[in-house]
Design a protein around this ligand. Structure first.
Ligand code: NAP
Ligand code: HSE
Length: 434
């Protein structure tokens, strides 16, 4: 066997402690598969005295995580701290600039600085790997970059945030409140340090931008992702979707538009009404699922645990094994300099059916105002339901499902209603899938 591969771990929280447990449990098996032992030499976290349920005595402790990158007994720095900038980014830059390999689960950092870090890694012949950053334990980056390498990808979409999927499916099955379920997701270790990243769709957008860059050979452009989260979804929307034969899921979608003669990308994270017949409707709890539409392999579906210590540690260690085997590869499948810029595509001509939910004052003429806006914008209504309020004069909920039509029609109808005193809050619009 070759000499051990020596790693330093920055971050000993949900994922970091999971990595130590996994290496302790499966060390022998992993050494056989990697062709060499994986040896943790040094670790770092904020609080040295915290009980993490793991024995840290065999490892050197550093108080300053950037010091890990300067150690002579470290080949691979594993960053499991989080945050797009700050200490995590400083550590990543130091490690790669110093010629060390970097493994990270940090999608925020890769989404914002992935192009720069990939260039530094390639220049120094170091590996930069981030399988755990997207969809937890699912090997989707490997699937895209290796398994589907022979295909042009026409479209990718999926459930990319375990916390949101857990919240939506729990609200659906138990009728529990949003806030209570979010608290459970935090306690179970699914949520980000700042859970607004999960519920506002930002975390899913980080992951989508990373996947899109690999899938389409384009420069990673997180700023181009159109993002909506799940905070406006009410129990009434979930009940309404159920009655229509749908469930609500937060999806990330990315596809190429060549209609204008140049390659444009449409990247979005939004809640959808997903038909109960569609495979994504059965994806519950913190599970993630990614669909790749490939021009030769057809539709590939990757499904598995999208968050949590074990699955995420599994993806981190798989990257370490790759490095131990000498499989470095280009971080985004193509060399960073070969990735093409792609302008954002205009979604206006995309056809879909839409669910539109309005909270309106319960008074004469309000429904007529909404339906007139639909008519004037050319949006054809398939069904409409009004949920009354027990107190006369209170707000009521009006849900409309449209026939298939261009997105520009719905935008025009909403523009007509913008500022109307009849609307008590901004409308919620979701596309229907399947
Ligand atoms: P976490 O439980 O909050 O752990 C973060 C760790 O970083 C803690 O050990 C913390 O130290 C340490 N830390 C924070 N700031 C530090 C600093 N300035 N210097 C040294 N150590 C510092 O987070 P996590 O859930 O494990 O997530 C880690 C990374 O994995 C994030 O990028 C996250 O997005 C990503 N990720 C998480 C999951 C998941 O399911 N949790 C899945 C995929 C990817 P203390 O323990 O001493 O406070
Ligand atoms: N907070 C993330 C999620 C962790 O809920 O999906 C996994 O990336």
């Amino acid at each position: 066997m070759s000499a051990p591969l020596r790693i330093a771990l920055a971050g000993l929280g949900t994922v970091g402690a999971g990595v130590i447990r996994l290496l302790e449990t499966n060390g022998e098996l992993i050494a056989q598969r990697a062709g060499r032992e994986i040896q943790v030499t040094a670790v770092c976290a904020r609080d040295r005295s915290k009980d993490r349920g793991i024995d840290l005595s065999p490892y050197a402790w550093e108080d300053d995580m950037t010091a890990l990158a300067a150690r002579d007994d470290v080949d691979v720095v594993v960053e499991l701290v989080g945050g797009s900038d700050g200490p995590a980014l400083a550590l990543a830059r130091n490690a790669l600039n110093g010629g060390k390999h970097l493994v990270t689960a940090n999608k925020a950092m890769i989404a914002h600085h992935g192009m720069e870090l990939a260039s530094v890694a390639e220049a120094g012949n170091a590996a930069l790997k981030f399988e755990a950053a997207v969809a937890g334990g699912i090997p989707v980056i490997k699937g895209l970059g290796e398994g589907a390498a022979a295909n042009a990808i026409d479209r990718l979409y999926g459930i990319l945030n375990g916390t949101c999927n857990y919240i939506l499916s729990q609200m659906e099955s138990t009728g529990a409140d949003f806030g209570d379920v979010l608290k459970d997701a935090q306690e179970l270790g699914y949520a980000e340090a700042d859970p607004t990243f999960d519920i506002e769709g930002v975390d899913a957008a980080h992951k989508l931008a990373i996947l899109a860059s690999i899938a389409f050979g384009t420069k990673l452009d997180f700023g181009a992702v159109d993002i909506s989260g799940i905070t406006k979804i009410r129990a009434a929307d979930i009940a309404q979707a159920d009655a229509l034969g749908y469930v609500i899921r937060l999806l990330g979608t990315a596809d190429v538009d060549t209609g204008s003669g140049e390659k444009r990308l449409l990247q979005r994270v939004q809640p959808y009404l997903v038909s109960k017949e569609h495979p994504l409707a059965a994806v519950d709890g913190p599970t993630n699922a990614v669909v790749l539409e490939c021009n030769f392999a057809g539709r590939l579906l990757f499904e598995g645990a999208g968050a949590g210590d074990g699955p995420t540690a599994s993806a981190v260690v798989a990257d370490i094994v790759d490095i131990a085997r000498g499989n470095f590869g280009a971080p985004f499948s193509l060399p960073a300099g070969a990735l093409q810029p792609a302008a954002p595509a205009d979604p206006g001509n995309r056809l879909s059916r839409f669910y539109m939910r309005f909270v309106v004052a319960d008074r004469l003429g309000v429904l007529a105002e909404i339906t007139a806006a639909m008519r004037d914008a050319g949006v054809s209504i398939e069904s409409m339901i009004q949920h009354g309020h027990p107190e006369e004069g209170g707000d009521v909920l009006v849900a409309i499902v449209s026939h298939e039509g261009p997105e520009s029609g719905v935008s025009a109808a909403l523009d007509l209603l913008d500022g109307s005193p009849s609307l008590s809050e901004a409308p919620l619009v979701m596309r229907l899938l399947g």
